[in-house]
Write a protein that binds this ligand. Structure first.
Ligand SMILES: [Zn+2]
Ligand SMILES: [Zn+2]
Ligand SMILES: [Zn+2]
Length: 165
């Protein structure tokens, strides 16, 4: 196992396993220089041991995935947040155990969503440096809505400024 493919697990529909075609994701992954035989995990960049072609170890292959591959990064962000909204502290797992909350809250309120702090703005999200963990925040549905509204408003403001320039 030297390719940057995730540990064998069923492919999520619509998601391609990274590593099968490096060119497909290299355009979106800018934190590595693959021209040198060094570990692709940017915090490492050590020479590759014999028989390794991309990462020095499985541990660093997984660290790379957690910071680039959306399905892995999303889960890592939720785990880091302790499965609670980072803005208001809402914990769906607790709400699910509360019958009153279960009755009153819509299904969408029971999910934790993962927001890109520097917005993707429609860019490819499968494998990208936008999925670095420091660019992800875990939000409940309400906080996510408020945040994306604010992000959109800010973008509109920037567009107006750049149009004027
Ligand atoms: Zn490494
Ligand atoms: Zn919240
Ligand atoms: Zn990166």
């Amino acid at each position: 196992m030297t390719a940057p493919s995730p540990p064998s697990r069923k492919a999520v529909s619509g998601e391609r396993a990274p590593g099968t075609d490096p060119q497909a994701w290299l355009a979106h992954v800018t934190c590595v220089d693959v021209t040198e035989p060094l570990c692709r995990f940017s915090d490492c960049r050590q020479p590759l041991p014999p028989r390794r072609t991309a990462f020095c170890s499985d541990r660093h292959a997984r660290a790379f995935e957690r910071n680039h591959v959306w399905i892995h990064a999303r889960r890592a962000a939720r785990r880091r947040a302790g499965w609670a909204c980072q803005r208001c502290g809402f914990k769906p797992s607790e709400a699910r155990r509360d019958p009153a909350a279960r009755r009153s809250l819509p299904r969408s309120a029971m999910r934790l969503e993962v927001n890109h702090i520097e917005p993707l703005a429609g860019a490819y999200r499968g494998v990208t440096c936008s999925n670095h963990l420091e660019n992800l925040e875990v939000l409940c549905h309400a906080c996510h809505l408020a945040t994306t509204d604010a992000q959109r408003a800010r973008r509109r403001g920037q567009d107006m400024v750049s149009n004027r320039a």
